[in-house]
Ligand binder design. Structure first.
Ligand SMILES: *Cc1c(COP(=O)(O)O)cnc(C)c1O
Length: 420
């Protein structure tokens, strides 16, 4: 595509709309049309044979690839500046399939202990059941991560901003530690999106996103995506089962292994309609993230000065221990998730019940401001020690600011705080 060369110089606000996709040549549709089909017909047996053999491009069956899903993959690849991407049924499907593919039974994961509850459960319980061991570490300490990497380590996993603890690790330092050991650094950038950070630029091998959150932006569908940042040699060393794929596909070796074996066999495809919804949301990612982040900064400042609030966790506050790391890595923006402590769980419940605009629900990155009490909901299955490690203490309320006028959000919290 000749237009791609010009696009390379575009700003992210433009790339988010135009990158990786041009209006559908068959229909002129500006957004990728929904290819709502399970399979694809060919005129001749020879043609279909060529596609199966990999000699000709083409779609066969939507569990393996679908045009609407491919368009989303190509758009997010362009945004991340990566080598390629694979969209899947959910964020959890991306992380679980990736871990199974990279590690196999007996493999080790070194993971930050401050991660999304679903990912913690996957690593600590489900993958342990399948014979994979996860060592949880304090990812704020690159030396501790280096020390935890064992002979059987196949991936290091961190999040850009953990929640509800809102920790921000030094990704460049972690990328160096992982690379020195020959292990890929996997960065879950769900809460930052490519608008705040492109993990590949800091040396991460892979970026993963739950597109159910800010990329979709409206809470209308579940989805996930894996991006190969294009800087890790899958043919070297720690992943001998990927060597054959890498010999054939080069930098696309991991994605080829997923598409031609592991992810294909596990069956975690993204539905075409869901890919359409994520793609429609992606168009407005830049303007939404501006407003999301500005609203969070305003609410964090307000809560920080409120007498009923014991403590506010938000990397954008100047006294946050993560302010410098976040400012350096996220281009002066700090995301739209914050959490804060009240006197106890009763006050948290009363606050949530008194809010009029903010919705009480278990998602992030929607148009509406969202609140939840993590300890009694998304983290309720965890032991006290696990809750402590993840940062879900019972006095904590998590907020993800939406796109409303900031004064209305502040007024909503002000009136609710009067009634706790
Ligand atoms: C939501 C989320 C996930 C899981 O994604 P789903 O699409 O819900 O499966 C993974 N990581 C983070 C940081 C998340 O917020």
């Amino acid at each position: 595509m000749p237009e791609r060369r010009e696009l390379r110089n575009c700003r992210l606000e433009t790339l988010v709309i135009h990158g990786g996709w041009r209006p559908d040549p068959a229909t002129g549709s500006p957004l990728p049309p929904v290819a709502q089909t399970g399979s694809f017909a060919y005129e001749s047996a020879d043609e279909l044979e060529s596609v199966f053999a990999g000699r000709a491009p083409g779609y066969v069956y939507s569990r393996i690839a679908n045009p609407t899903v491919s368009a989303l993959e190509s758009r997010i690849t362009a945004l991340e500046g990566g080598a390629g991407a694979l969209a899947a049924a959910s964020g959890m499907n991306v992380i679980s399939t990736l871990a199974i593919t990279l590690c196999g039974a007996g493999g080790q994961i070194v993971s930050s202990r401050a991660i999304f509850g679903g990912t913690y459960s996957l690593f600590a319980r489900t993958l342990a059941h399948l014979g994979m061991e996860t060592v949880f570490v304090d990812a704020r300490d690159p030396a501790a991560v280096a020390a935890a990497i064992g002979e059987r380590c196949r991936m290091v996993f961190v999040e850009t901003i953990s929640n509800p603890a809102m920790e921000v690790p030094d990704l460049s330092a972690l990328a160096t530690v992982a690379r020195t050991a020959g292990v890929p650094l996997v960065v879950d950038s769900t809460v930052t999106t490519p608008y705040l950070i492109r993990p590949g630029e800091l040396g991460a091998a892979l970026a993963v996103h739950s597109t159910s959150k800010f990329i979709n932006g409206h809470g209308t569908a579940i989805g996930g995506i894996l991006v190969d940042c294009g800087n890790f040699d899958w043919g070297a060393g720690r992943h001998p089962h990927l060597e054959e794929f890498t010999r054939r596909a080069g930098q696309q070796g991991l994605l080829a292994a997923l598409r031609q074996r592991y992810w294909r066999d596990l069956g975690g495809c993204q539905a075409p309609l869901n890919a359409f919804l994520q793609g429609a949301g992606l168009d407005t990612l830049a303007v939404r993230m501006e407003r999301h982040c500005a609203n969070a900064a305003a609410l964090a400042l307000f809560l920080n000065g409120h007498p009923a609030v014991r403590r506010v966790y938000y990397p954008g506050l100047p006294d946050s221990p993560y302010h410098d790391a976040a400012a350096r890595q996220f281009g002066g923006k700090f995301g739209s998730i914050l959490s804060f402590e009240l006197a106890g769980p009763e006050q948290c419940f009363r606050l949530i019940n008194a809010l009029r605009l903010a919705l009480n629900l278990a998602n992030l990155g929607e148009a509406r401001t969202l609140v939840i009490h993590p300890a009694s909901t998304i983290c309720r299955d965890f032991s006290e020690a696990e809750k402590e490690a993840i940062g879900a203490n019972p006095r904590l309320v998590r907020v993800c600011t939406g796109l409303e006028h900031p004064d209305d959000i502040l007024e909503d919290f002000a009136q609710a705080l009067r009634r706790i």
